[in-house]
Design a protein around this ligand. Sequence first.
Ligand SMILES: Nc1ncnc2c1ncn2[C@@H]1O[C@H](COP(=O)(O)OP(=O)(O)OP(=O)(O)O)[C@@H](O)[C@H]1O
Ligand SMILES: [Mg+2]
Length: 367
Amino acid sequence: MRTISIVNHKGGCGKTVTAINLSACLAERRKKVLLVDLDPQGHSSLGLNVKPEETEKNMYHVLSETHWDVAMKDVIIEVNKYLHLAPSGIILSAVEQELAGQPGREDRLLNALAEMPGKYHYIIVDCPPSLGLLTFNALRACREVIVPLETSFFALHGLGKLSETIKLMEDRFGQKKYVQALTTIYDRRTRIAKEVFEELRKHFGKQLFKTIVNINVRLKEATGFGQPICQYDRHSSGYRDYTALAKEVSSMTKARAYRVRSQSAAAASPGSQTVKNGVRFHIHAPKAKTVQIVGDFNNWKLSKGATLDTDGQGSWSKVLHLKPGTYQYRFVVDGQWRDDPNNPNKVKSSFGGMNSIIEYGKQKETQ
Ligand SMILES: Nc1ncnc2c1ncn2[C@@H]1O[C@H](COP(=O)(O)OP(=O)(O)OP(=O)(O)O)[C@@H](O)[C@H]1O
Ligand SMILES: [Mg+2]
């Protein structure tokens, strides 16, 4: 599964148009895509004909502390077989204040997405035009970042702040991000566009997509009609450009997968942790064929529901919805029972070996 956030704190540079149409064009290639609208303006939702005011639950309810029982699966809308949407709503703007000062507040989206590994080929997150908590959540949850840049005089202005934020995230959480810039709203008839594009090429080098998204009124119209360009006008230059982008993004899979695998095991293995409505059990076991979880909560019994999901790169995880309490557990890796290598809290088992211990409850939550 690839996770891509569309980020630029500058407004109106094509984040939403890119989020919608890249998602739709990947879905057209029969990839399962989830578009997460993380902008309280709800433009991605509107662009897919979902009216935020008509949705009962949205990303606010997923991220908010007060709606502890709402998970991603409760808000997802099926746009079509391949394209799903997690909508936004204006109330999402309340999240910043609501979570202010709470530990682990940047991990909300990461943990919410961890509930559905393997369900999607791509998760694409549309961000608001700010570098606040919502954008931090997107950066934290996604391995890849696309930065759309409108070819105007100020395209590069303020980008230092974004690079700084990404670097800070990388250092703090020990995980490299793959950043790629995208030329958008390019008007080939103007000299300024050509000059700015040259600037971008010099500045980003290989980190600039070869695909250029040209200015095209059909893209603007399509969003207004609540349709992605592949539905609205397949003869437009907008359709051609976003199809090319989807192709370019897809072709990066192999190189990315290789680089993700070469990350340090520590970075890939954050360990088990409490999440909003339970515990996310996690272990890094690259050679394992199956991993299960047993503990007090399932009477130490192996069952289908105890099987962890893998991201295909050695990382195994599962979120169990538990009542507050203290639990002992172990992983069963290819039939071998073992304690959690990333959890120092252990107790001797009366059957030999060690059991790991995790405490889940309101006061003890990590976020
Ligand atoms: N390639 C394009 N050709 C023509 N118009 C475009 C193109 N890309 C985006 N637009 C238009 O430019 C405006 C801004 O685009 P968009 O909403 O995607 O930007 P944004 O970065 O998401 O904005 P915000 O920061 O407010 O979320 C919209 O009216 C959109 O329809
Ligand atoms: Mg937008």
